[in-house]
Design a binder for this molecule. Structure first.
Ligand code: F6P
Length: 326
């Protein structure tokens, strides 16, 4: 018999489409299992500031299709200090919350892990980030929707790139990870992707141009992952202007529109499965794990693994992109 009687749920860090579907699943699964649920607004910040509300099933009606997070989100400096974490702990005690579900990316899970260890408090993490950069899960909540958004944008950019015979560098998000850029490039039929994981090994721009880039095409689109390592789309375009002035170059930075929009079916289903699994894990006395998915099976990944390890890109995809873009 689990000791968990009341669970708090919060979203923290960058929002991601599908977070609402996960909040809905957590709430309903908790209630289904006789556990009370409290929604904590604005992540760890709202926890410290006491922005907490009891959730019933109606609180999560009609949200599965909505992007963003009804719980709102914030990046919280105070939670990085022992004093801030103590305040957070006191609020949980005050509200009778005896376990926490924290949804977000790397920063959120890192904070959750420290807190769980410091106060011996049960926490289960949900991987909510468009970046897909968490180790131990094949995909994260929001990643598929962001990929689809990127694909739609690049489809539109292609129309104008083709009309003008231009070389476009399209910058996508990823916070130093190339998953969105690489799979976005494959999905949108782009000519290449410049990603930080490979920038450290070779000069992707030089290779692309030297291996006959643009020989058979009049226009080209290259997806560039945002990162100091790649230099971003602006950095790459500047280089091209200097080193390969024959190209008519343009830059498009997709920015925060990648984080918005109604979640895809895949993200809704993933978020719902993970939300239900998070409550199951807590009831099963699992602690300090992130819910992940591997080969379509839900798994519990210890925080230490999910955060500490860098998730590798699938190198087969580099070959797939190279072959499919000749
Ligand atoms: O982690 C999600 C993400 O969208 C990253 O891809 C990006 O680098 C960052 O958040 C942007 O953060 P903010 O919304 O705080 O500018």
């Amino acid at each position: 018999m689990s000791t968990v009687k009341c669970v708090g749920i919060l979203t923290s860090g960058g929002d991601a489409p599908g977070m609402n579907a996960a909040i809905r699943a957590v709430t309903r699964s908790a209630i289904y299992n006789g556990v009370r649920v409290k929604g904590i607004y604005r992540g760890f910040k709202g926890l410290i500031l006491d922005e907490i509300e009891e959730f019933k099933t109606q609180n999560v009606s009609n949200i599965i299709q909505r992007g963003g997070t009804i719980l709102k989100t914030a990046r919280c400096g105070e939670f990085k200090t022992p004093e801030g974490r103590k305040q957070a702990y006191d609020k949980l005690q005050e509200h009778g919350i005896d376990a926490l579900i924290a949804m977000g990316g790397d920063g959120t899970l890192t904070g959750a892990r420290i807190f769980a260890q410091e106060f011996n408090f049960p926490i289960v993490g949900l991987p909510g980030t468009i970046d897909n950069d968490l180790y131990g899960t094949d995909t994260t909540i929001g990643y598929d929707t962001a990929l689809n958004t990127i694909m739609e944008c690049v489809d539109k950019i292609r129309d104008t790139a083709t009309s003008h015979d231009r070389l476009f560098f399209v910058e996508v998000m990823g916070r130093d990870a190339g998953f969105l850029a690489l799979n976005g490039a494959i999905a949108s039929g782009a000519e290449a992707a410049i990603i930080p994981e490979i920038s450290l090994e070779k000069d992707q721009l030089a290779e692309m141009i030297e291996t006959g880039f643009r020989k058979s095409k009049n226009s080209s689109i290259v997806l560039v992952a945002e990162s100091e390592i790649t230099g971003g789309a602006m950095g790459v375009a500047e280089r091209v202007k200097k080193e390969y002035p024959q190209f008519d170059v343009r830059v498009s930075i997709l920015g925060h529109l990648q984080r918005g929009g109604s979640p895809t079916a895949q993200d809704r289903i993933l978020a719902t499965r993970m939300g239900v699994a998070a409550i199951d894990a807590l009831l099963d006395d699992q602690r300090n794990v992130m819910i992940g998915i591997q080969n379509d099976q839900i798994v519990n990944v210890p925080f230490s693994k999910a955060i500490k390890n860098d998730k590798p890109i699938n190198r087969d995809l580099l070959y797939t992109l190279r072959v499919s873009s000749i």
